[in-house]
Design a protein around this ligand. Structure first.
Ligand code: FAD
Length: 394
């Protein structure tokens, strides 16, 4: 059995693992990424692709820690998309340059004052009627509409842009083949069927798959939590690009709509927000019916041409919090020679990479090895995951 030695092994090729791989290699580390299925195929490609700046976490009129840590993410991503950021995402596709927030009726004066406040300056702006997106241009629309400084991305193209420059360091390994060889609470190597790979540090970015890795590591802390969602998709032939949270009196959006292209040129409205959180116990039929009723109530003038509906369940995987609340920022914790991490948001992948690289620096881990790529070359390459509507919808 051959042994390969490298600086860093990253386990999991979603947004977190790929962002980190790029940043670590930029810093001269010999890093390899092992992916068990397809790149981005856990949560990343199924996300709504919104690069939050935190405004949706301020719906109760307070800027929480979550909204503060995430506030500078849109500008970091924009720099990358424009080709002058920490990574080159100039080949990734932006679906919308802004995300919107609308309310059915006019907002109360407290909320209006908050949205116009200094704290949110440059992050939120009210949209004049003539500049509204098409779904909100109907004369019956009576609510308020705000534009948020948040981009919406085509996530498969982001994954592709992050994977391509480092594809020589990315390998596909079946989950049953990834065994951690443990001794005295430290990982000695990742043991595959055909080879052993040793590293200075092992970093888990496996999303929900990190739970099984935590069991192999036999660590009690951190633990993982799942926050389940029941997402709805509607494929149609109307040209109605809509990217918006509908807000009401609660602290969470009633529904969040994003619009995605399909391979045959249709559009998909992808529906999340409170609809997806509260619909977890509903059957697919019940959830689709709930979504249809909600859209009829919120946007009664919108008739989607040739609509075809579907839904699916997915979990957000995150570090465990008390009472299943949302974690406030990206999470990375060192355990022996392993770093366990979850970005908790697609938008926070840059923050997660910062945290991991800072930990390596603090632990005086510097570039030392060059892995034998001829041995590693025997392993196959993973592809980029397809959006769920390409296989689950009519
Ligand atoms: P994943 O994308 O799940 O990637 C983990 C990868 O690890 C997978 O490819 C998996 O196959 C692989 N893997 C698993 N086990 C192993 C193993 N043992 N060895 C090797 N590889 C393994 N965030 C936002 O910022 N904006 C949004 O609009 C947004 N919308 C969302 C909508 C939905 C429906 C969901 C579920 C989440 C959303 N999120 C959003 C959150 C965001 O998608 C996640 O926080 C983020 O994608 C997690 O990335 P990740 O790389 O940690 O995990």
């Amino acid at each position: 059995m051959q042994t390969v030695t490298t600086d860093l092994i990253i386990l999991g090729g979603g947004i977190a693992g790929l962002w980190l791989l790029n940043r670590a290699r930029q810093q001269g580390f010999d890093a390899i990424l092992l992916e068990s299925h397809s790149l981005g195929g856990g949560q990343s490609v199924r996300s709504q692709g919104i690069i939050h700046g935190g405004t949706k976490y301020a719906l109760n009129g307070v800027l929480s820690q979550a909204s503060n840590s995430i506030a500078n993410m849109p500008s970091r991503w924009r720099d990358c998309l424009e080709g002058h950021g920490e990574l080159d995402l100039s080949q990734a596709q932006v679906l919308s340059d802004a995300h919107y927030m609308w309310s059915m009726a006019s907002l109360g004066s407290k909320m209006t004052t908050f949205l116009a406040s200094k704290a949110l300056k440059g992050r939120v702006g009210q949209v004049p009627a003539e500049q509204r997106p098409p779904a909100f241009q109907h004369p019956d629309f009576r609510g308020s509409l705000y534009k948020l400084n948040e981009i919406v991305l085509d996530v498969p193209s982001v994954i592709e842009a992050l994977a391509r420059p480092n594809i020589h360091s990315i390998y596909k390994v079946a989950p049953s083949e990834i065994q951690l060889d443990m001794q005295h609470g430290e990982i000695q190597a990742v043991q595959l069927k055909s080879m052993r790979i040793e590293a200075q540090r092992y970093i888990t970015t496996a999303g929900e798959g990190s739970e099984e890795l935590l069991q192999q590591l036999e660590v009690q802390q951190p633990q993982m939590q799942r926050r389940p969602l029941h997402m709805v998709m509607v494929r149609h032939r109307s040209d109605l690009p809509t990217f918006a949270h509908c807000i009401s009196s609660g602290s969470k959006p009633v529904v969040t709509i994003t619009t995605h292209p399909t391979l045959n040129g249709d559009q998909v409205w992808y529906l999340g927000g409170d609809l997806a959180e509260t619909g977890v116990e509903r059957s697919a039929e019940e959830q689709i019916q709930a979504a249809q009723q909600l859209l009829t109530k919120l946007l009664p003038w919108v008739i989607l041409k040739d609509a075809c509906w579907g839904s699916f369940h997915i979990n957000r995987a995150e570090p465990k919090q008390s009472s299943l609340t949302r974690p406030d920022s990206a999470f990375a914790q060192s355990v022996g020679n392993c770093i366990i991490s979850w970005p908790t948001k697609l938008a926070l992948a840059p923050d997660l990479a910062d945290q991991v690289l800072d930990m390596l620096k603090a632990q005086r881990i510097t570039p030392r090895f060059t892995a034998d790529t001829t041995v590693l070359g025997a392993l196959p390459k993973p592809g980029v995951a397809e959006p769920v509507w390409e296989s689950l919808l009519c």
